[in-house]
Design a protein around this ligand. Structure first.
Ligand code: SF4
Length: 378
């Protein structure tokens, strides 16, 4: 039984040019069936979660649904699980789908944290990303949720956008800081394969900023946010003290969670499961009273150690070395020594963590540690 619940809403207004998540265009005709199926799945899995410490409604764009639809999901959760009075209850929102009135209703329904996909405050950059909102919409969304009374607000920003300069990135962060969200995430734009953005770059139609400039953007973001009192607690995440995302920390700590909805993932009893992605198929299965599971994988001891590395190293606190399985400690220590020689990791207070230099190379560092574990697999 887990205390962490995730509900997935895989609908968006339109597909962003860089997005490789599973999400489909919003159709009002499917809303009712989807919400009903989600509520039924919550009932089907009532034994799996209780005494909730966090609930996270993510997507896609959950605020594409009306406040009444979202309330219906919350009601279904409340009927089946106890929600701790101090639970963190988050909803993801995109500018253009969150008015002050809607934000007020969401707050009244018990949601106490909102995460807004601002991404940029420059219209040309938003066009380059294929976002369906303007910079004014983004600022209004942030003001609307504040006006409605949300105290715990998070904003997502993207750097490394075609046409973006270091100076403009700095200005964007400073403007966001002025609006005082408790939590800010900064993500590097990654042109994933099979996205239009990837195609445009491959064909030379657009260009990303220089790699060195992108690194500078990352470190500039860290420095500005630190100067303004934000704690850098995960590779891409910053929070004022007490505003760290408890739900996401549970993922990085390899905690168990239950995922509800099409394509949602769960982790419990050493098994990772994924729900059916296809929305009509998901609805059909749930309506037949069947758990909509597409895949279930038993996590072996080796895989658990790998997860501990690639999730734990994301936190700036790193991994508590006492949690590393005894049989892997020597191997990981060896990898850490090599990486330490290059100034990429350090062990401090019994925690293995990335150094400032290692942060931007986190993927390479993590792969090196994992290869060391794999190479010694019996
Ligand atoms: S809003 Fe988010 S989930 Fe939807 S298409 Fe854009 S990036 Fe993807």
């Amino acid at each position: 039984m887990t205390n962490y619940l995730y509900v997935h809403i895989p609908f968006c207004m339109k597909k962003c040019l860089y997005c490789d998540f599973y999400s489909i265009p919003f159709e009002s005709s499917i809303t009712e069936d989807y919400i009903n199926a989600v509520c039924k799945e919550i009932k089907l899995r009532e034994e799996s979660a209780d005494s909730l410490k966090t609930m996270y409604i993510g997507g896609g764009t959950p605020t594409i649904f009306s406040e009444k639809d979202i309330q219906n999901i919350l009601n279904a959760v409340k009927e089946n699980c106890f929600i701790n009075p101090d639970a963190e209850i988050t909803i993801e929102a995109n500018p253009g789908t969150i008015s002050a009135h809607k934000a007020e209703k969401l707050l009244k329904s018990g949601i106490n944290r909102i995460s807004i996909g601002i991404q940029s405050l420059v219209d040309e950059e938003l066009v380059a990303l294929g976002r369906s909102h303007t910079a004014t919409d983004a600022i209004n969304a942030l003001k609307n949720v504040r006006r409605a009374g949300f105290m715990n607000v998070s904003t997502d920003l993207i750097y490394g956008i075609p046409g973006q300069s270091l100076a403009v990135w700095e200005l964007t962060i400073l403007k966001i800081i002025e609006l005082a969200p408790g939590h800010i995430s900064t993500y590097e734009l990654t042109p994933e394969e099979n996205t239009p953005l990837h195609e445009y770059i491959k064909s030379g139609r657009i260009m990303l900023p220089d790699e060195d400039v992108i690194s500078e953007m990352y470190y500039k973001g860290i420095d500005i946010l630190k100067t303004h009192g934000y704690i850098h607690y995960e590779i891409s995440n910053f929070a004022k003290p007490g505003y760290e995302c408890i739900h996401n920390l549970n993922y990085w700590n390899r905690g168990e969670y239950l995922g509800i909805g099409a394509g949602a993932h769960s982790f419990s009893n050493g098994k990772r499961t994924a729900n059916l992605k296809d929305v009509p198929n998901y609805i059909k299965n749930v309506n037949k009273g069947k758990l909509p599971v597409a895949e279930e994988i038993e996590i072996t001891k080796d895989e658990a150690a790998r997860e501990l590395i690639f999730l734990g190293l994301r936190k700036t606190d790193g991994i508590d070395t006492s949690l590393i399985p005894v049989e892997k400690r020597e191997l990981i220590k060896k990898a850490a020594e090599e990486l330490h020689d290059h100034g990429l990791v350090e062990i401090k207070n019994n925690h293995l963590r990335l150094t400032r230099k290692g942060l931007i190379l986190s993927n390479e560092v993590i792969v090196k540690v994992l290869l060391r574990i794999d190479a010694n697999r019996p």
